[in-house]
Design a protein around this ligand. Structure first.
Ligand code: ADP
Ligand code: MG
Length: 699
């Protein structure tokens, strides 16, 4: 274990960050690179070789032998291909080399990554291009260079490229607004993100003993345990020793990588935990969240555990999400969503707030899509996670303020509330302006918005691409109106009132988990896409294509390819799950239950002579019940098998995805109900895998 006073030294020790750049690059190169990072402008030609040389020397000193372009293809996970710095110099000798060209551009054979039909096989080449704004780092003996990934034709094949484009879009639009309020110095407006990550840790033995966990990362069978989370003793509970040791090492590893892991605690469900970093620029937050998930997965086995990032690893028990905390600030760090002491007078804040309200209302469908995955479908609407309906919670004070703006009335700010706990030795504390509404999918939390819908295993890029671009559109529309006007104040007030009025339907402060809200939301005309395919279908709606093309974030072609990939990965995931269920049923469950029935029958026969054969034997009724369930199970198995075959035979990704949703998933559910019931009636010894109770209370 590291000595704690060394943490500031250890922090980012594996990162080629600004400090290292300043130390190792010639002054002009350093300045030029910094300018590129700060402004998002193109890198000066000619400095790449110098930067590459410095990076290589630094990496080698830190034990690296290889470099890799690290990118985010549309698989949901990251990709890397490692090349040694090695270069032959004749006479059987080598030197360690790394050129500017190798830093800037990579040419991975891209034919095996999802492209949604964008990349014909005859031009299967893809390119990776260095993202200088996300620092290179060293991991497992390689220098990792964060890159964007595109096709030979220049279309984005990854999540980073549109994200960077969306950051440019919101910067340009945001600058127009702050200029109107007299800010002439800011060079860039940045969207900031802090992604809280929820996860489960279970014993590795149990993980390996269950094929559903092993193949799918979540259980597909499992009767509810006798004890769940009803005692509410896990949330913020004391950390179990093994978990605590894991978290300590994880923190150390993340700190070395420059990731500001800050908060850790037990979550609501048994075996569930959370990690939150300190927020940073969006593209870096995305990269770091992906790295965090990878480190979690890789480190767990060292402690004989498995880390589950799936959205709903156990039915009936809280699932995991990722809270995407999002805000906007100037490049000097002024938070544009900070209401200040008197939000009613802070017109710039109100304008940014209005921009978000408008964006979220206009593009509910896109936000919903950004959280739509097969795994997250099992979580959303589960009464522990937001429903599939998007709404915004502003908090009591802002809601009252917005209401008065809509009515054109003046608003008098309420006094700061203090509360005393009635214990003289405990200081009186100030109460926050907004109470937390933990049921809202999109809540204002003081100086940022928290989008709570994203799934725990997801890449958060799309959520932020949508937010950045949609808010950029609002800001652009506002800027157009305000730049032209002769009466700035009047136009501004009207703009605020009109915007809040038009989009007030998206504001909701009640219980988003309730049935009543579903009905009210429908009456308000809010969309409610209950499943991923229903949501995906709207990705290329005309207004959405218009939005992304207008800001150069995604072309129509890129959007169509993504839509296809959404459907395709959805159907593939359900396909694997269905096949896993079929395999477990026929090869584990049916043999185990039949074996148990045979054993019981044998024991009945063996004792028949001793017992009065006319008396009712409880073992007979157990056998009868189990036999009945077993036959039904086999029928459900065959029915699922048939549906699965039909689903596979469909050629269009979309049609297939919808078929999985409408016909395969209900059959999976039906099969599960039967198997779960058999579980509760079969001897512990005979059951072929660890049960929920065994797993979630073990550590
Ligand atoms: P809670 O669990 O109450 O939501 P946490 O402290 O666990 O709160 O998480 C809050 C997250 O929000 C942290 O990751 C924090 O860094 C992030 N955050 C705070 N301010 C901003 C901001 N301006 N922009 C983006 N994220 C922010
Ligand atoms: Mg939170």
């Amino acid at each position: 274990m590291e000595r704690t006073e060394r943490i500031p030294e250890i922090f980012a020790s594996c990162v080629f960050n600004e400090d290292v750049m300043r130390e190792r690059l010639p002054k002009d190169v350093y300045k030029s690179l910094l300018n590129t990072i700060a402004t998002g402008k193109e890198i000066d030609a000619g400095i790449a070789d110098v930067v590459a040389g410095a990076m290589k020397d630094w990496a080698i000193e830190h034990g690296a032998t290889h470099f890799t372009h690290w990118f985010q293809p549309l698989t949901g996970v990251t990709a890397e291909k490692h090349d040694a710095f090695l270069s032959p110099v004749g006479g059987g000798k080598v030197i360690m080399e790394f050129s500017g060209k190798e830093l800037i551009r990579g040419e991975p054979d891209a034919s095996s990554f999802p492209s949604g039909g964008l990349r014909a096989t005859f031009e299967a080449r893809g390119y990776t291009a260095w993202d200088p704004a996300s620092y290179a780092f060293i991991k497992d003996g390689s220098l990792y260079i964060p890159t964007a990934f595109c096709s030979y034709g220049g279309e984005a094949l990854d999540t980073k490229t549109p994200l960077l484009r969306s950051m440019d879009a919101i910067s340009a639009a945001g600058l127009r607004i702050v200029r109107l309020f007299g800010d002439s110095v800011s060079k860039r407006i940045v969207s900031t993100v802090g992604a809280e990550q929820e996860y489960f840790l279970i014993d590795e033995e149990d993980f390996k003993a269950r094929r559903d966990l092993f193949y799918c990362g979540r259980t597909l069978f499992g009767a509810p345990p006798v004890k769940g989370q009803e005692l509410e003793d896990h949330y913020f509970g004391a950390l179990p020793t093994r978990v605590s040791a894991f978290m300590k090492e994880l923190d150390m590893e993340l700190w070395r990588l420059g990731i500001t892991s800050k908060t850790k605690h037990n979550e609501a469900a048994p075996s569930q935990h959370e990690l939150a970093p300190i927020f940073c620029t969006t593209n870096i937050a995305v990269d770091q969240n992906l790295l965090t998930m990878e480190c979690m997965r890789k480190l767990a086995p060292k402690y004989n555990m498995a880390c589950l990032l799936a959205e709903k690893p156990f039915e009936g028990i809280n699932g995991s999400g990722k809270h995407n905390n999002w805000s906007l600030s100037t490049d000097s760090g002024i938070n544009l969503l900070k209401p200040g002491k008197n939000p009613g007078e802070n017109k710039q804040f109100l304008l940014f707030l209005a921009a978000v309200v408008r964006a979220v209302d206009e593009y509910q469908d896109l936000l919903r899509i950004s959280a739509a995955t097969a795994g997250n479908d099992c979580r959303l609407g589960g009464h522990e996670a937001p429903p599939a309906i998007i709404s915004i919670f502003l908090g009591e004070e802002l809601e009252a303020l917005v209401a008065s703006i809509i009515k054109g009335k003046s608003y008098s700010k309420k006094d700061t509330k203090y509360m005393s706990l009635g214990v003289p030795s405990v200081p009186t504390i100030r109460r926050d302006n907004t109470d937390r509404n933990r049921t809202s999918p999109f809540a204002f939390t003081g100086n940022k918005f928290e989008f709570r819908m994203v799934g725990s295993s997801q890449n958060i890029a799309l959520a932020n691409i949508v937010l950045n671009t949609a808010v950029a559109e609002s800001l652009t529309i506002f800027a157009e109106a305000l730049e032209e006007t002769v009466d700035f104040d009047r136009t501004l007030d009207k703009l605020l009132a009109d915007t809040f009025r038009t989009h007030s339907r998206i504001l909701f402060s009640g219980n988003s988990y309730s049935k009543e809200w579903e009905e009210e939301a429908k009456a308000r005309g809010l969309s409610n896409f209950k499943s991923s395919p229903e949501a995906y279908a709207h990705f290329t709606d005309e207004k959405n294509i218009r939005l992304f093309s207008r800001f150069g974030v995604m072309s129509e072609t890129e959007m169509r390819s993504r839509r296809e990939i959404f459907f395709d990965s959805y159907r593939k995931i359900i396909n694997i799950e269905a096949r896993t269920m079929l395999e477990i049923t026929s090869r584990d469950i049916i043999p185990a239950v039949s074996g148990y029935i045979s054993d019981l029958s044998a024991s009945i026969n063996a004792t028949r002579v001793a017992l009065n054969s006319a008396s009712v034997d409880c073992r007979v009724s157990i056998c009868e019940k189990l036999s009945e369930l077993l036959s039904k199970t086999y029928d459900a198995y065959l029915s699922l098998e048939r549906a699965e075959r039909t689903a596979v035979s469909k050629t269009s990704e979309e049609e297939s995805a919808f078929y999985y949703r409408s016909s395969v998933i209900p059959r999976m559910d039906a099969l599960r109900r039967l198997v779960d019931e058999m579980e509760t009636r079969t001897s512990r010894e005979a059951w072929p895998m660890p049960t929920y109770g065994d797993i979630i209370f073990k550590i």
